[in-house]
Design a binder for this molecule. Structure first.
Ligand code: FEO
Length: 172
């Protein structure tokens, strides 16, 4: 069983992960409108992963006998003006999610809730990877600037990203 406070924080995280999927889908539409199908693919895959993250929290709350309460999902930004703006925002958003995950870990440690702490460790690792990828994307985009050939090369690289579902054990 989890505490009321923990249940609330986990429910808020479900909402944040679904919002992340929403935000990344919005980013996908920006790139589609710019004819950058590789970047669009990258964010579509990202959105799929975020839905998985939301469901992992959803399933965990249920699994430990808690009650899932779904909240309202805000409208994501959709009026992007440049590739760099989108990529920078994706990094800032991941940093925000990392802080959120850390705050749940802090609560788990405070409450000596080792089970939830163990569950959260997958997300700690995942966030480190996501921040690193977003940072690398931003560095490349800054380096390329307005060079059309560079943008197309990066678009081709982004097209290679393939969705891979999270470990089955996490999805129960
Ligand atoms: Fe599920 Fe990218 O945070």
């Amino acid at each position: 069983m989890i505490s009321e406070r923990m249940q609330q924080k986990l429910n808020e995280q479900i909402q944040k992960e679904f919002f992340s999927a929403y935000l990344y889908l919005s980013m996908e539409t920006y790139f589609t409108s710019q004819n950058l199908s590789g970047f669009a693919n990258f964010f579509r895959v990202q959105a799929q992963e975020e839905r998985d993250h939301a469901m992992m929290f959803f399933n965990y709350v249920t699994h430990v006998g808690g009650k899932v309460k779904l909240g309202q999902i805000d409208e994501p930004k959709s009026d992007f003006e440049s590739i760099e703006e989108v990529i920078r925002m994706s990094l800032e958003h991941e940093q925000f999610v990392t802080k959120s995950i850390y705050s749940i870990v802090d609560l788990a440690l405070e409450e000596k809730d080792h089970k939830t702490n163990a569950f959260l460790q997958w997300f700690v690792t995942e966030q480190a990877e996501e921040e690193s990828t977003a940072e690398s994307n931003l560095n490349k985009v800054k380096l390329i600037g307005n060079d059309g050939r560079g943008i197309l090369m990066l678009d081709a690289e982004m097209a290679q990203r393939v969705y891979s579902p999270p470990p089955a054990a996490q999805m129960k």
